[in-house]
Design a protein around this ligand. Sequence first.
Ligand code: GTP
Length: 547
Amino acid sequence: PLWSHSLDPGPRWGSWDKWGVSGGGPAWGLANQHWPPSSQKVGVRVSCGPPISPPHGRTPSERLLLALTPQFLSHPPPRGLGGCSPAGRGVGRALRSCAPRRAGRVSPDTQLSAECSRAATSRCRSLLDSPDLRGRERQPVSAHPRRASAPRPQLGTGPGVGVHRAGGGAQRAQPGLPLRIPVQAARRGSARREHLGVGPRSPDPPPGRPGSAARPRPCAVIGCGGGGPGLSGCTAHGVAEAGREPSARDAAAAAAAAGQVRVLVRLGARGVRDGSGARRPQRERIERLLAMSRKKTSKSKGASVAAASAVPATNGPRPARPGTARPGPKAPPNGPPQPGRPSVGGGGDFYDVAFKVMLVGDSGVGKTCLLVRFKDGAFLAGSFISTVGIDFRNKALDVDGTKVKLQIWDTAGQERFRSVTHAYYRDAHALLLLYDITNKASFNNIQAWLAEIREHAQHDVVLMLLANKVDSAHERVVKREDGEKLAKEYGLPFMETSAKTGLNVDLAFRAIAKELRQRCMKMPGEPRFRLHDYVRREGRGASCCRP
Ligand SMILES: Nc1nc2c(ncn2[C@@H]2O[C@H](COP(=O)(O)OP(=O)(O)OP(=O)(O)O)[C@@H](O)[C@H]2O)c(=O)[nH]1
């Protein structure tokens, strides 16, 4: 019933604006915009009330959520049919978008169309009524069995409405109040929050306008729930001006100004096509979104750790590649920028050379914590927030008189994101492969990770094996010797680290930076840097740094 409701919200649910999203009630809109990348499918839900799950489950790729700037909401509205992507390309697509209603079913392939806006619906109608289509077998929209029989869902009632399912449990929303829990997934018995690294959670929304007791508060929930386990619900709450019913864009703008918006972009499962219809690599698309996310986030909020790393230097030369899809400097695979050129700014720093480093390993081994420890010198204690997709931070180091910028990519360890992260291996100059000394499975999986790296990464990628969480000595199940033996077997430098205490964290990244720098700009007469020796010599034992 939800999707049929989405197709025709009716007056009770507020008016549809030209974005194809509703300013008054729960609704789903799909925007096939010319921004961010052309043909990027962006799912936007704007709601006054508790988040609702989208009507249908998504494949893992479709559920890939990335943090994105609310910029697209202030961008000129998409051309085409009310922002409904399937219908935006003429009769064929319009028909496809109408297909679920005509056929009385919604398949995964056509589920997007079920979220089509009313504008697209009317376009579909007109197309179906057009002379060139007249006579084809079709079922009038109004006669669709679901639409005809399904009762209009009430806010806070009905399947999926007002119930935020997380981690296998269900939680009843307070009427008119968005749930505070963004996305939950059960993992190893403990609640985990899927995070997107986009800044602070929003505070509770202010009270609604006077006399609005019977109506939802004038708030906007902007986001894209995945609908599947662990990815349902919205994660951002924007509050529009009190005193008037907000439009989607008003609410988004207000929320963005208050730094409260987290807009999630749902990426299509099969990559996007550009204007010419050619497929573009998924990775390029993701990076573009990430770059835009950071750019905008840093402008509007200036508070996000992730955003802070991508702020271009204000008084220096331009960032290496401003405004492009690829954040940071473009370095050919394992061929970083030429030495001798002037330092360039990026990530708020000047640097001489830039390298791309990736953190890989099972979920929960501490990749994000290691990165945060290195970047900010802090430890992310508390509940485990699993990475969704991929994220990156920049950090510049002074290595033997050379400013080296490391662009460090934090990958999601979960299996379901594997296809996304694979795409990033190819350009990586270095990989830090982590396991958790308190988790035997993560150690056992190292060989599988190495096989994956061999398959997807450059053959001369710098690789290091890190055994993390050595501070948890009492929970240790993987002996140091086992790690050393494995590393020796594969010819890898090995270190035990702790994101919690910071043990060997800086050293690991510095060692990588030294190796990479020398590979690309070895000074005449400079002794050859030996990574293995350096790590063995400089690495400290776990016993030296008990928390
Ligand atoms: N004791 C201890 N706990 C750690 C350490 N590093 C990470 N943790 C904890 O391990 C859990 C997982 O850490 P994350 O950094 O989120 O793990 P991850 O590898 O990024 O996981 P995914 O994002 O799912 O791939 C968190 O609860 C951290 O607090 C460490 O060095 N010592």
